[in-house]
Design a protein around this ligand. Structure first.
Ligand code: SF4
Length: 675
């Protein structure tokens, strides 16, 4: 009988599916290993812990390979420990970016996790096959192989306290890797609420210090045959169920000439299958014209640039080159000129060299360039990145704390017992130039930007302020600095946000683990009362308190206009009606989608909507004319909302994630004048 080899890219599932995409990386390793060695071994691929446990209970494989990310290391390691305890002969292999780059730290990693025999660094396909072949040469005697210090491609291990590393090799012709879709390896995942993910290129020419893809060894770009991509896309479109999204793992999509061909293929798919409705892929940092051309072909690719910071010192400290300001502007202007495109920028708070002022200026840079969302991120010290090195920590005085990776705690049955498992991560909450107090102030600002500015949630107000020449960023700061305008419910949400931001953090991994897994707390973490993404969750809380949030933004608008001597009785009257209009369109967006609501207004909101809510102060009177309006969801909106709700209800932080990932303009009721 053939020996079994298991390959797993596990996800936590207790508070919804945490990593909600198809297991692309592991499936490529699986498909390649199967192509090379299927005559000798029986390969199996897993994403869900329960499925792995079923197979593990029946069989003891000779090799267990696991993807190693910060969101699944402990879960995978628990399987590894127990499988090895039952059968010490099973070889445990980890592969993925969550592994240090410093030699001493690598040895420490192995010491802390003695059940791991081998770690594959960089690409997994060649390494995994080489490892299996070499293990075969030693009749799967791990000790003998290590004793002989056998060199294995892209793989390291410890022998007698020192590290043995094999030669680094990247696949130049990645077409030797069979498609995991076309070979049927992914078929079972179409039955789950997972987003399909495809890869058309591998590698990134940039070198950002906070990113594992910035390493020199990954700088060359290799591309799959166009026909393979075409066939994969068609295969996926024919099989997706209740999923509107497609994800691509390319790191600079649109930057290369051949991406135009991919774009045309995706568009053909959209015309034929009405799928994908939205495309999630990182855009390139050069060649804005080409990116624009690509974006004009595909429907629903939201254009943006992950600038992370607009400050040159911060960028230098993380070895990052941003897209030029003129290219950035060109890109965002184009995105905004298209009806079906949202534009965004990503900003990371607390990178080395960051300050409160620099952070706010980075947000201002995005907003002044008219992006529709500024996506806020915390700086996570990812193992395996230069930013996590001792040198960077000391040089920039990084203050860090540990917390649970949202959605990654639960009881898992492994072999005959249930085990409590949690994943932890290290985030930066200050540095030489950013005090903890400033960090917290920036986080409060981030919640305000995320809730009130992003995703066109209150575009009517921001457009109005723009036509009055009031800075939108200053307005957001005004909202932050006027807590007396907050209702009791809003105050409570902000209080919760502050305590979750600063109190659910721990000085060490051990302290975090002890606290989270204590019998007093663990249920709260499992059912999502604690340990969630506080930005996403509190944004949802604010949106749910729609009347209070609406009241806050309208009062703040009146306040800032008054402060600038621009508030007239006419504008006050307009704001009053605009508030009712916004409320009837946007309150309770995913309930009662069949209901038609009506209201009479003394302003022509159809004309105002056509003017994109940019009305000069002296023109407001021109839009007066009393009409009744009906508010409703059209067929396409209903289908989109239903798909998104279904998809995200089974995910960790479902609603928060749904708002972050969806085109929420499709969640706002359509409206027309009643005849
Ligand atoms: S450009 Fe993106 S993928 Fe490339 S190194 Fe920088 S962050 Fe990583």
């Amino acid at each position: 009988m053939k020996k079994s080899i298991f390959i797993s890219d596990l996800t936590h599932i207790h508070n919804g599916i945490m990593a909600a995409t198809f297991p692309l990386g592991a499936s490529c390793v699986y498909a390649y290993a199967k192509k090379e060695l299927a005559n000798k071994f029986n390969f199996k691929l897993f994403k869900f812990p329960s499925k792995l446990n079923e197979s593990l209970t029946e069989t003891s494989p000779v090799v267990m390979g696991f993807s190693n990310f910060e969101w699944n290391l402990e879960l995978s390691y628990k399987f590894a420990v127990l499988a090895k305890a039952r059968d010490p002969k099973v070889a445990i292999v980890m592969g993925g970016p969550n592994f240090p780059i410093d030699e001493e730290e690598k040895i420490e990693f192995f010491k802390n996790r003695p059940a791991i025999d081998f770690v594959v660094e960089l690409e997994g396909e060649l390494a995994f096959v080489d490892l299996i072949k070499k293990l075969g040469d030693y009749n799967f005697n791990i000790k003998e192989l290590k004793k002989n210090e056998e060199k294995i491609t892209n793989t390291c291990y410890v022998n007698e306290d020192h590290l043995v590393s094999g030669p680094i090799s990247r696949i130049k012709n990645i077409n030797i890797v069979p498609s995991p879709y076309l070979t049927g390896a992914m078929d079972e995942f179409f039955d789950h609420p997972l987003v399909p993910i495809v890869e058309t290129t591998r590698g990134c020419p940039f070198s950002c210090a906070f990113c594992a893809d910035g390493l020199d060894s990954k700088n060359k770009i290799y591309r799959y045959d166009i026909q393979k991509t075409k066939d994969e896309l068609e295969y996926i479109a024919k099989r997706v169920k209740n999923i509107s999204e497609l994800s691509m793992s390319d790191l600079n999509f649109g930057m290369y000439k051949q991406d135009l061909v991919t774009a045309k293929m995706i568009r053909e798919l959209q015309d034929k299958y009405n799928y994908p409705k939205t495309l999630d892929v990182a855009g390139g940092k050069n060649m804005p014209r080409r990116i624009i051309e690509v974006a004009s072909i595909i429907k629903g690719w939201h254009l943006g640039a992950a600038i992370q910071s607009s400050d040159s010192d911060v960028l230098k400290a993380v070895s990052r080159d941003n897209i030029s300001s003129s290219s950035y502007k060109e890109l965002i202007d184009f995105g905004n000129s298209q009806n079906n495109i949202k534009t965004y920028s990503d900003i990371i708070l607390a990178l080395p060299g960051d300050t409160k002022e620099k952070h706010i200026e980075s947000v201002r840079f995005g907003i002044d360039n008219n992006v529709s969302s500024v996506r806020m991120h915390q700086a996570i010290l990812l193992t395996g990145t230069p930013m996590a090195s001792k040198k960077t920590r000391i040089e920039h005085g990084l203050k860090t704390k540990f917390r649970m990776v949202p959605g990654t705690v639960g009881f898992y049955k492994i072999l005959d017992k249930k085990h409590l498992i949690v994943e932890l991560q290290e985030i930066i909450i200050g540095n030489n130039t950013l005090s903890e107090k400033d960090y917290l102030d920036c986080r409060i600002f981030n919640l305000i930007v995320t809730t009130f500015f992003n995703n066109s949630q209150f575009e009517e107000i921001f457009s109005l302020l723009k036509s009055f020449d009031v800075s939108q960023t200053d307005f957001l700061i005004y909202m932050k600095d006027h807590p007396e305008l907050y209702s009791d419910s809003i105050k409570e949400i902000f209080r919760d946000f502050v305590s979750e931001t600063m109190e659910d953090l721990f000085v060490s991994k051990d302290e975090a683990r002890k606290h989270i897994l204590s019998s007093k707390n663990v249920e709260k973490y499992i059912n999502g009362e604690l340990g969630y993404n506080e930005l996403m969750e509190n944004r949802i809380s604010l949106i749910k308190k729609f009347d209070d949030s609406c009241d806050l933004i309208f009062k703040s608008a009146e306040g800032i206009l008054n402060q600038k001597g621009l508030l007239t009785p006419e504008i006050k009257m307009y704001l009053k009606e605009l508030e009712c209009f916004v409320s009837i369109r946007k309150k309770d967006p995913w309930t009662d989608t069949d209901k038609v609501k009506s209201m009479t207004f003394s302003y022509d909101f159809e004309a105002i909507n056509n003017a994109k809510y940019k009305i000069a102060p002296n023109k407001i009177g021109l839009f007066k004319t009393s009409s009744k309006f009906n508010f409703f969801y059209d067929k396409e909106q209903k289908k989109y909302i239903s798909n998104q709700v279904k998809m995200y209800s089974s995910h960790t932080e479902g609603l928060g994630r749904m708002l972050a990932q969806s085109d929420i303009r499709l969640f706002f009721r359509s409206f027309s004048k009643s005849i």
